[in-house]
Write a protein that binds this ligand. Structure first.
Ligand code: GLY
Length: 332
């Protein structure tokens, strides 16, 4: 019996032979087509994960209004969330690992494939800016742990205590039971992943997080990994991920989303198909993953496993928060 995957493979092969470029535009993807898709390439667009992305979007737009490009915008945008002590899953205020240490992961990527990242970084308020320095001031892509910290200090970033009193209390509470489990839409938010297009049509993206709360020391998720937490291809589009990093890493999630867009899927279709790869292969009921994507035509989309994944869109002077379509509709 022909299953959906082999049908897609055969259809793509046939289309390649026949020279048909956009095979997926003819496929019955149903629900995913309902999502917001635009076609405007005019003006800046900023798309970011969760409702807290709205403040970050405003900063990103303001950066572009002042003459910054998409890369400047995504860096400035996510820095707002990194510095927010009320956010328990990004930067300052982020919940620590099981040893009580806040360790941060981030990456940044430009339209031409230039990229940089840091992981398992301690004592530094803005990992996204360190990631940009890795991209611009070293021949490398990813620096980890103490090496990343030393690099940040050498670049002039100040050493700071990243553990807020509130996060310390939460860690002390956690230690009483020491239950190590993922939580879906933890406190209704998680990583900030942001993708943007500036007025010149240039794409860029940024992703930053304190990772899974009370994680095993040394654990690194998807967020600093190019192709997992973030991927940008200036000829195609950009995608960012949120949720359980292990699940995203296993499918090279955002690289997959961008490649699916390259093959002709809309951003919404590509996000849905990337979620379905996780659903087909992993025990998806106990964790959340959400993807969002923006293509070079200015269309966007998002999709998650569980309901409740919100994302923030700033476009044409409007700033809105949407809830993504999801594979599960409420049941677990
Ligand atoms: N998506 C964030 C993490 O799993 O670390």
């Amino acid at each position: 019996m022909i299953n959906r995957r082999s049908f897609l493979r055969k259809t793509m092969l046939l289309s390649a032979l026949l020279g048909v470029k956009n095979v997926f535009s003819a496929l019955p993807f149903g629900a995913s087509r309902r999502q917001n898709t635009g076609s405007s390439k005019e003006g800046p667009i900023v798309l970011s994960t969760w409702d807290f992305g709205k403040e970050a979007n405003l900063e990103a737009l303001s950066t572009m209004e002042k003459g910054g490009n998409a890369l400047d915008a995504v860096e400035a945008g996510v820095r707002i969330v990194e510095a927010d002590p009320t956010n328990s899953s990004v930067g300052y205020g982020g919940l620590p690992d099981r040893d009580g240490k806040v360790t941060l992961d981030a990456c940044i990527m430009d339209a031409d494939g230039s990229c940089g990242g840091v992981c398992f970084l301690e004592d530094i308020m803005h990992p996204i800016s360190v990631a940009r320095k890795v991209m611009e001031n070293t021949p490398h892509v990813l620096l980890a742990g103490e090496g990343a910290r030393q690099f940040a200090l050498s670049q002039g970033f100040p050493k700071e205590n990243m553990l807020t009193p509130k996060a310390k209390e939460a860690w002390k509470d956690w230690k009483k039971e020491r239950i190590y489990q993922t939580e879906i839409n933890r406190e209704r938010h998680d990583t900030i992943g942001m993708v943007a297009m500036d007025a010149n049509g240039r794409l860029a993206g940024a992703c930053t997080t304190s990772g899974l709360s009370f994680k095993l020391r040394g654990r690194v998720g998807d967020s600093p990994i190019i192709g997992a937490g973030l991927f940008v291809d200036g000829e195609v589009g950009a995608a960012a991920a949120t949720g359980l990093g292990e699940a995203v890493l296993k499918t090279a999630g955002t690289f997959l989303v961008v490649e699916l867009m390259r093959q002709g899927m809309s951003p919404a279709e590509a996000c849905e198909e990337a979620i379905m790869r996780i659903v087909r292969k992993q025990q998806y009921r106990d964790f959340q993953v959400g993807f969002l994507a923006l293509n070079i035509a200015g269309a966007h989309g998002a999709f998650s496993i569980h309901p409740g994944f919100t994302y923030s869109l700033s476009k044409n002077g409007k700033h809105e928060v949407f809830t993504a379509d999801s594979f599960l509709k409420g049941e677990k």
